[in-house]
Design a protein around this ligand. Structure first.
Ligand SMILES: O=C(O)CCC(=O)C(=O)O
Ligand SMILES: [Fe+2]
Length: 293
């Protein structure tokens, strides 16, 4: 079983040869139920803000579909009012936006899978940061024609899978930390953390890139179980982001990834991180409730 799944994502690693239609159909996910159409973020009505939170709190992600703007980044930046202060990463531009596009053979593409056309395996953002972003927004400016599909899996479904099938291992996950190191940044925390009855996740799939992950021997087995579970397309919600859509994720409540796309296709996303602290914080439900209390 381990080998099957590994082959599945390694095949994708060598080019976008997975059949998009087959993947989308296997996922059987109707993206319309998480999509909210608005004109522009700064003009969102209270009713639409209410709908945004309803979808976000139920699914742990939402897709905002905006009318085209001459400068689409305006919509992305305006989300700060709802999702809290912008958090910068090492790759952020002055406004905080992190460009996500294939940089081919540049030195950045060698250290950052985000700026390649290869598969971005399931992860939470900022796992090497001491304080990872609570919210991640990915705005699609130009989708690729083939591949480049967005993949999501809820932390709660991983937890439920482990609770039913690997109960002992689930317990050790809360105690033993993963240490994730990227260039000069490093952070250590357990995959699942419980605080005041709420559970959050941090996870990164191991691959041959510049992020190193130290896994204590006590959780090696369960780490591999999670790795295989989350990278199996059958367990993922899969869809294609369109131009003018912004995918907004609870970075403590879901893992995300994207399939590969052809080297000769141009695909462009803008990414922005938020800290979740805003006048709307009390309406945001991050992570998921523990079933044990
Ligand atoms: O390219 C995408 O769709 C997602 C990219 C991503 O997850 C990232 O840059 O962290
Ligand atoms: Fe990401």
């Amino acid at each position: 079983m381990l080998t099957d799944n590994t082959q599945m994502f390694e095949r994708d690693d060598f080019g976008a040869d997975l059949d998009d239609q087959a993947i989308l159909e296997a996922s059987k996910f109707d993206v319309n139920q998480v999509t909210l159409k608005i004109s522009k973020v700064v003009e969102m009505s209270e009713l639409n803000i209410q709908k945004l939170f309803e979808i976000f709190n139920q699914y742990k992600f939402v897709i905002l579909e905006c009318n085209p703007l001459p400068n689409p980044k305006e919509n992305l930046l305006a989300l700060e009012k709802i999702f809290g202060s912008i958090k910068k990463s090492k790759r952020s531009e002055v406004d905080g936006i992190i460009p996500v596009e294939n940089l081919h053979n540049s030195s950045l593409a060698k250290t950052n899978v985000s700026t390649t056309n290869t598969i971005h395996l399931m992860h939470t953002d900022g796992s090497a940061e001491i304080d990872p972003p609570k919210i991640v927004a990915l705005q699609c400016e130009i989708p690729s024609h083939n591949g480049g599909l967005s993949q999501i899996i809820c932390a709660e479904s991983i937890y439920e899978y482990l609770r039913k099938n690997h109960f002992q291992e689930l317990q050790v996950l809360f105690i033993n930390p993963l240490t994730v190191t990227r260039v000069e940044q490093t952070a250590s925390r357990p995959i699942f953390v419980e605080q005041e009855g709420k559970i959050s996740i941090t996870f990164r799939t191991i691959r041959k890139d510049h992020v190193s992950i130290e896994i204590p021997s006590q959780i090696k087995k369960v780490y591999n179980i999670i790795n295989n579970y989350v990278n199996n397309p059958k367990n993922q919600l899969i869809f294609k982001l369109k131009a003018h859509q912004i995918l907004i994720l609870d970075n403590t409540g879901v893992l995300h990834g994207r399939t590969s796309f052809p080297e000769n296709e141009f695909r462009k996303l803008n990414k922005l991180w938020f800290d979740g602290i805003s006048e709307y914080s009390h309406r945001l439900q991050l992570g998921f409730m523990s079933k044990f209390k």
